[in-house]
Design a protein around this ligand. Structure first.
Ligand code: MG
Length: 256
């Protein structure tokens, strides 16, 4: 029964993604709250497992977003308050309920290095285990999740461009170890009428393994429904409070 459901969802998801890339999908009349979120889950194929290596220190021209100086580069995502997450010795930890945080500085095209680690006590499963996310310009999510031996929909596992593209492979380390994302993000462009004239693109390297190679981002990475493409300018890098105490360290960015 589960297999039948997943196959069906996979078909419907493919259909939805086809609609997304057509010129008419933006005029869909369906109310968002009525959309079944499982319609955009893709379960097959499951990216195969690959193992890999070591981390990086910041290059000389990097902007340090998280190092030895606390949370000064960050603030609450939806107010002017300070970032409410824990910080100790270079490591930042999500505090459940404190909400998403974002960089004070806004960016367009960037190279981002970010290290993260799932909670050391394994709790929950699927999307409920070690969930966070790194959002470019606050609206384009690369998923952070404990995807080490933790099945969920493929386009929602760690490294996924959420609900749009699954990672090429699963490069996760075991749960107790640090993960490294090196991400090259090219922002979308809009003309003076607010029409998108160039999509966002992203290349993602997870623990030294390419999991997205100049992949198009169709628009905002929605939990329900299809991407949106409202015009915007530079934006912050946002990290998600999904209720799990995910940890971060050694975050730096280079503007491109
Ligand atoms: Mg997430």
């Amino acid at each position: 029964m589960i297999i039948v459901k997943r196959t069906c969802c996979s078909f419907l998801s493919a259909l939805l993604l086809t609609l997304m890339t057509s010129s008419c999908y933006a005029q869909q009349p369906v109310a968002e709250k009525e959309i079944d979120p499982t319609l955009t889950e893709v379960w097959e194929p499951e990216p195969r497992v690959v193992q890999s290596g070591e981390t990086h220190t910041p290059p000389s021209d990097a902007i340090i977003l998280l190092g030895d100086d606390g949370l000064g580069a960050w603030q609450a995502a939806y107010s002017d308050e300070a970032a409410g997450w824990d910080y100790s010795d270079g490591t930042m930890t999500v505090v459940k309920g404190k909400g998403d945080i974002k960089t004070k500085q806004k960016f367009t095209d960037v190279q981002l290095h970010i290290e993260w680690r799932s909670p050391q006590t394994i709790e929950g499963e699927g999307q409920g285990r070690g969930n966070s996310g790194v959002f470019f310009q606050e609206i384009y999510e690369i998923q952070i999740l404990d995807s080490y031996q933790n099945r969920t929909y493929s386009n929602g596992q760690a490294g996924a461009i959420y609900k749009q593209h699954m990672p090429l492979v699963n490069a996760m380390n075991p749960t107790s170890e640090w993960e490294v994302y090196d991400i090259i993000f090219t922002a979308p462009r809009f003309n003076k009428d607010g029409v998108k004239i160039s999509s966002a693109y992203v290349t993602v390297i997870h623990n030294g393994v390419v999991i997205h190679n100049h992949q198009e981002i169709y628009g905002t990475t929605e939990y329900r429904g299809w991407p949106k493409n409202s015009a915007h300018g530079a934006g912050s890098i946002k990290l998600q409070d999904h209720g799990n105490p995910v940890q971060f360290r050694n975050i730096w960015v280079r503007e491109l």
